[in-house]
Design a protein around this ligand. Structure first.
Ligand SMILES: Cc1ncc(COP(=O)(O)O)c(C=O)c1O
Length: 383
C-alpha cells in the first residue's frame, strides 16, 4: 500500500536527477524536458549559479519571521515592479497569491462580486478554487466562497451584461494554461480593462503560469497594452523553491495594512535569495529575445508537423508556452506515453491538449531534437 493520498494521477516514473534541460529516471534513462515541472524550472535543472545562491543564503540564514525587516524582500519586490508602481506581498504558492489578490480586491473596493471565466484555473484553496471556472474542480467541495460568477472567455457581451457597481474585480489568465493553453484576444482584454475602469472594479491578472519570461516578455500583460491593478506570480519565480507573489498598484497598499493578511514562511530568505536571482537572469532583453526566437522556431516546427497529421487540430501559444489540440483524449494519452518512451516529457492541458513548456534555457538543437521526436510519434500513430 501507499501511505499517500491518491489525489494525484502519478505515472510509474521517478525522476531522480536533472541537468540543464534533461532529466534522468531511476533506471538511468534520460529525458528531454518539455514540462519545466509544470512551468516552474524556467532556468533548467541544477543551475550552478542558482545552486551557489541557495547555498550562500543557506549558510547565512534560512528564515526570519515577517516581524523583522527583510531587505531581500524589498530587493525582489523592486525587481518585480519592473519600473512600475507596484508593491508586493510574498507567499508560498500560486493559490496563496490568488487568495491574497481576492482578499485585497474585496477589502479595497468594499464589494464582493468577482467575475472569472469558464475553464480558468486559479488554484485549489477555497478562494482560488471558487475563482476557478471548472465544475469538475468544485465537485464535492461545495459550498464555495460566495459571489464568484463565471463567464465565457474571450466574449464581451456576457461581461457587459454582468459587470456593475457591485463588482470588486474581474480576474483572468492571459493564456488559460490548465484549461487548454487558450490565449486571450488582445482587443477583448483591453475592453475588459476599460469596463473595469468604468465600473470601478479591479483587474486581476493571474500570471502564475504566463509570468517570469514564459511568453517571451517578462510578464505576459506587457503584450496586451494593459496595466493590471493586481497580478499574481508563483511557478517560475523560484525555479523550484516554493514562492508566490501578489503585486498591487501602490494606491492599494493602504488596504493591506498591519494585521490584515500574512504568512509565516512567505518571502523567507531562502526563497527571496533565489527569486531575486531568477528575476535578474530572466528579466534581460537578450534572454527574453531568445525566448521569442526559440518560441518562433518551436511554433514553426509544430505547425509543419500539424500540416502532416490529421490528429492535430491546431497549435497555439506564445513564447515557450504551446498547446497542440488533438482529436480526442485517447490520442492525447497515446501521444504522451509514446513521447515518454521516446525520451521526451510533455504535459496535458484540458482533456485533449498536448502542452509544451520547455525550460526557457532550452537550446535550438534541443528544440529540433524535441520536434523530431514529436514528428516520429505522430508518424507512428498514423501507421
Ligand atoms: C494560472 C494558474 N493559477 C494558479 C495556479 C495554482 O498554483 P499553485 O499550484 O502553486 O497553488 C496554477 C497552477 O497550475 C496556474 O496555472
Amino acid at each position: 500500500m501507499s501511505y499517500l493520498f491518491p489525489n494525484y494521477q502519478r505515472k510509474e516514473l521517478e525522476l531522480i536527477k536533472g541537468a540543464k534541460n534533461t532529466l534522468t529516471d531511476r533506471s538511468g534513462k534520460k529525458y528531454l524536458d518539455f514540462t519545466s515541472g509544470i512551468g516552474v524550472m524556467n532556468l533548467g535543472y541544477n543551475d550552478p549559479e542558482l545552486n551557489q545562491v541557495l547555498q550562500n543564503q543557506a549558510s547565512l540564514l534560512w528564515h526570519t519571521p515577517n516581524l523583522y525587516e527583510n531587505l531581500l524582500q524589498e530587493q525582489t519586490a523592486e525587481q518585480l515592479a519592473n519600473n512600475k508602481e507596484y508593491v508586493s506581498y510574498f507567499c508560498n504558492s500560486g493559490a496563496e497569491a490568488n487568495e491574497a489578490a481576492i482578499k485585497l480586491a474585496r477589502k479595497a473596493t468594499g464589494r464582493s462580486k468577482i467575475i472569472t471565466f469558464t475553464n480558468s484555473f486559479h488554484g485549489r484553496t477555497y478562494g482560488a478554487m471558487s475563482a476557478t471556472g471548472q465544475a469538475g474542480i468544485h465537485a464535492g467541495f461545495e459550498p464555495l466562497v460566495p459571489d464568484f460568477v463565471y463567464l465565457p472567455f474571450n466574449e464581451l457581451e456576457p461581461l457587459k451584461a454582468e459587470i456593475n457597481q457591485q463588482t470588486a474585480a474581474v480576474m483572468l489568465e492571459l493564456i488559460q494554461g490548465e484549461g487548454g493553453v487558450v490565449p486571450a484576444q488582445a482587443s477583448w482584454v483591453q475592453s475588459v480593462q476599460a469596463l473595469c475602469h468604468e465600473f470601478g472594479a479591479l483587474l486581476i491578472i493571474d500570471e502564475i503560469q504566463t509570468g517570469i519570461g514564459r511568453t517571451g516578455t517578462f510578464y505576459a500583460y506587457e503584450q496586451y497594452q494593459i496595466e493590471p491593478d493586481i497580478f499574481t506570480l508563483a511557478k517560475g519565480l523560484g525555479n523550484g523553491i516554493p514562492v508566490g507573489a501578489m503585486l498591487g498598484k501602490t494606491n492599494l497598499a493602504e488596504f493591506f495594512g498591519p494585521g490584515s493578511h500574512g504568512s509565516t514562511f512567505g518571502g523567507n530568505k531562502l526563497a527571496m535569495s533565489v527569486a531575486s536571482h531568477v528575476v535578474t537572469r530572466i528579466n534581460q532583453p537578450d534572454f527574453l529575445q531568445s525566448v521569442q526566437t526559440k518560441g518562433a522556431q518551436l511554433y514553426s516546427g509544430l505547425t509543419k508537423i500539424a500540416e502532416k497529421h490529421q490528429h492535430i487540430m491546431t497549435v497555439r501559444g506564445k513564447g515557450l508556452m504551446f498547446g497542440i489540440e488533438l482529436a480526442d483524449q485517447n490520442t492525447l494519452k497515446q501521444v504522451l506515453d509514446q513521447l515518454e518512451s521516446e525520451g521526451l516529457l510533455a504535459l496535458k492541458a484540458g482533456q485533449t491538449v498536448l502542452r509544451l513548456l520547455p525550460p526557457l534555457t532550452i537550446t535550438k538543437e534541443e528544440i529540433d531534437q524535441g520536434l523530431s521526436i514529436i514528428d516520429k510519434v505522430f508518424n507512428n500513430l498514423a501507421s
